[in-house]
Design a protein. Structure first.
Ligand SMILES: [Zn+2]
Length: 458
C-alpha cells in the first residue's frame, strides 16, 4: 500500500506529463534512464537497525525521494540468469540464459527496446565472464564494457562515457540516454577474504574477530570456504559466521560510499533531474539463516532484493508493499516511457501500483539454477518450495513467519494444491504463447504436465 504523505497519483501524473513524449511538445526530450544493479545486495541493507544504525545512508537517503518496493524478489539466485530476467522481462525458463548458455539474440533486451526509441545506450558490468558480450549481455548497447573492476573504477568508466564528446553531442541534439551499471564489490571472491571493503569500515567485523581465523582453513579461502561450509554444516562455527557477516556489512558500507559518489556525479551533470533511476540487486546473500552460506536457496535472505525507483527530480517517498519481481522492471520502464510493448514480456508493469492501484493476485517463480524439478513460488502470503518428487514440499506462512522457518505444508494442503495448480496453468499458457517455435519446443508441454504428474494436483 502507499504512504499517505502526499498524493502519489498527482506526483506520478506530473512526472508522467513532464517525461512523456506524447504529452509534451517536441522540445521536451524523453527522460533518461539509469539502471544500477548491485550484485548480492540483501534487501535488509536498507533497513534501520534496532540501534538506529543505517548501513547504507546514501541509498537510504535516495529512497526517501523514490518509490520503494518492500517485497521485491529475484527470479533466480544466479547472476547471469537473474540479470537476463532483469534486462528482458522474461522468466528464466523462457529466456534460457545460464552459465553454459548465453542470452539468445531472439529476445528483446531493454537496451534494444530503448535503442529503437532513439536512446543512446551504454552498459558497464563488473564481471567480465558472466555479464559479458559472449554471454549476450551487450545486445542493444552502443557502448558496452565488462571488466573485473571496483565500483569506483566502473563508475569512472560510466562517467567517462557520459562526458564523452559523442554522448554530450547526442544529448544536446535531444537524444536521451540509457545507462546500465553493475557493481560486484559485495559478492564474495576467490582470493584471501570474501567481500570488498575499506579498512576504515573494519569496525563492522573487528569486534567479531575470531582468534586464529582469517577467512581461510585447511588452505580453503573466501568463496571456496563458504562452499565448503555448505557441504559440511559444522565447518564454520556461529562466531565465524558472524565474523564473515561483518566482512559483508563492511563491504556494503564501502559500496554505499561509492554509490553515493556515483549519484553525486550524476547530480552534477543534471542527470538526477532528467532520469528515472532504478537501484536494485540480482539476489541477496545467506549467512546460515537456513544452514547455508552464499546464495543458492529460495529463502528470503537470498531471494529478496532492494528495489528503489526514483522519477526525475524525485518525489516524497512512496512505499509499495505488493509482491513484485525483477521480471517486472522492463514492462514498468517501457510503460513509464510510453514505449510500445515488447513482443514477449512475462512481467507485469508496476505503474498502476506506483500510482496507488490495487495489487494483483499473482504468483512469482524462483528457479534453482535451472533444475526444473526444483523451484519456489511465492504469493503475497506464502512461499512454497518444491525440491523434487521424493522430497517434502515446504510452505511458509509469511504473515506469521516472515523468516521462513516453520514448514506449514501439512497444515495447509489446499493452499499447496492451489498454488501448484495455478502455477501449472500459468506455465502451460506461457508455453503456448511463446512466439519462438524453437523456444516453445525446447520448453515443451512436458514441463507443464510435470507438476500434474506429481500427484498434488488433478
Ligand atoms: Zn550475482
Amino acid at each position: 500500500m502507499l504512504s499517505s504523505v502526499s498524493d502519489p497519483r498527482l506526483i506520478f501524473l506530473c512526472a508522467w506529463l513532464v517525461v512523456s513524449t506524447l504529452a509534451c511538445d517536441d522540445s521536451q526530450k524523453p527522460p533518461d534512464v539509469i539502471l544500477v544493479s548491485i550484485d548480492t545486495l540483501r534487501a535488509d541493507a536498507l533497513e534501520v537497525r534496532e540501534d538506529g544504525w543505517i548501513n547504507m545512508p546514501r541509498l537510504a537517503a535516495f529512497a526517501e525521494e523514490s518509490y520503494v518496493f518492500s517485497k521485491a524478489y529475484t527470479q533466480s539466485p544466479h547472476t547471469i540468469v537473474s540479470h537476463a530476467t532483469m534486462l528482458t522481462g522474461l522468466t528464466p525458463r523462457t529466456h534460457g540464459a545460464r552459465a553454459d548458455r548465453p542470452l539468445s539474440e531472439t529476445h528483446t533486451t531493454l537496451a534494444e527496446a530503448l535503442s529503437e526509441l532513439g536512446y543512446r545506450t551504454a552498459g558497464f558490468t563488473a564481471h567480465a565472464d558472466w555479464l559479458s558480450r559472449k554471454k549476450g549481455f551487450a545486445q542493444g548497447f552502443d557502448r558496452f564494457e565488462s571488466k573485473f573492476r571496483s565500483a569506483e573504477a566502473n563508475s569512472e568508466a560510466a562517467i567517462g562515457w557520459l562526458d564523452s564528446w559523442w554522448t554530450r553531442f547526442s544529448r544536446r541534439r535531444g537524444a536521451p540516454i540509457f545507462l546500465f551499471i553493475h557493481y560486484y564489490d559485495v559478492h564474495s571472491d576467490w582470493r584471501e577474504f570474501p567481500y570488498e571493503s575499506e579498512p576504515r569500515f573494519a569496525g563492522f567485523y573487528a569486534d567479531k574477530a575470531v582468534e586464529d581465523f582469517v577467512g581461510c582453513r585447511d588452505d580453503v579461502c573466501a568463496s571456496r570456504l563458504l562452499q565448503r561450509a555448505n557441504a559440511e554444516p559444522e565447518f564454520l562455527s556461529s562466531r565465524e559466521v558472524d565474523w564473515i557477516r561483518g566482512l559483508y556489512e563492511a563491504g556494503v558500507a564501502t559500496l554505499d560510499r561509492d554509490l553515493g559518489e556515483f549519484l553525486d556525479a550524476l547530480d552534477r551533470r543534471g542527470l538526477l533531474d532528467t532520469s528515472w533511476v532504478v537501484i536494485t540487486a540480482d539476489h541477496g546473500e545467506a549467512f546460515g539463516e537456513h544452514g547455508r552460506m552464499l546464495h543458492s536457496q529460495p529463502y528470503r535472505e537470498a531471494a529478496q532484493v532492494p528495489l528503489v525507483i526514483r522519477p526525475p527530480a524525485g518525489i516524497e517517498r512512496v512505499d509499495v508493499e505488493a509482491l513484485v519481481g525483477l521480471v517486472d522492471l522492463v514492462p514498468t520502464l517501457l510503460e513509464i516511457l510510453g514505449a510500445p510493448a515488447v513482443r514477449e514480456i512475462e512481467g507485469e508493469s508496476l505503474v498502476s501500483l506506483m500510482a496507488g492501484g490495487p495489487a494483483s493476485d499473482r504468483l512469482l517463480e524462483f528457479d534453482f539454477y535451472h533444475v526444473l524439478e526444483n523451484f519456489s513460488v511465492r504469493s503475497a502470503r506464502f512461499n512454497l518450495i518444491f525440491r523434487g518428487p521424493d522430497k517434502d514440499i515446504e510452505l511458509y506462512d509469511l504473515a506469521s513467519d516472515p523468516d521462513e522457518h516453520e514448514n506449514v505444508a501439512r497444515r495447509f494442503p489446499r493452499i499447496v494444491s492451489e498454488m501448484l495448480s495455478t502455477l501449472a496453468d500459468s506455465r502451460a499458457q506461457r508455453i503456448a504463447s511463446l512466439a519462438d517455435p524453437v523456444a516453445r519446443q525446447e520448453i515443451s508441454q512436458e514441463e507443464a504436465s510435470r507438476l500434474r504428474a506429481l500427484g498434488y494436483i488433478e
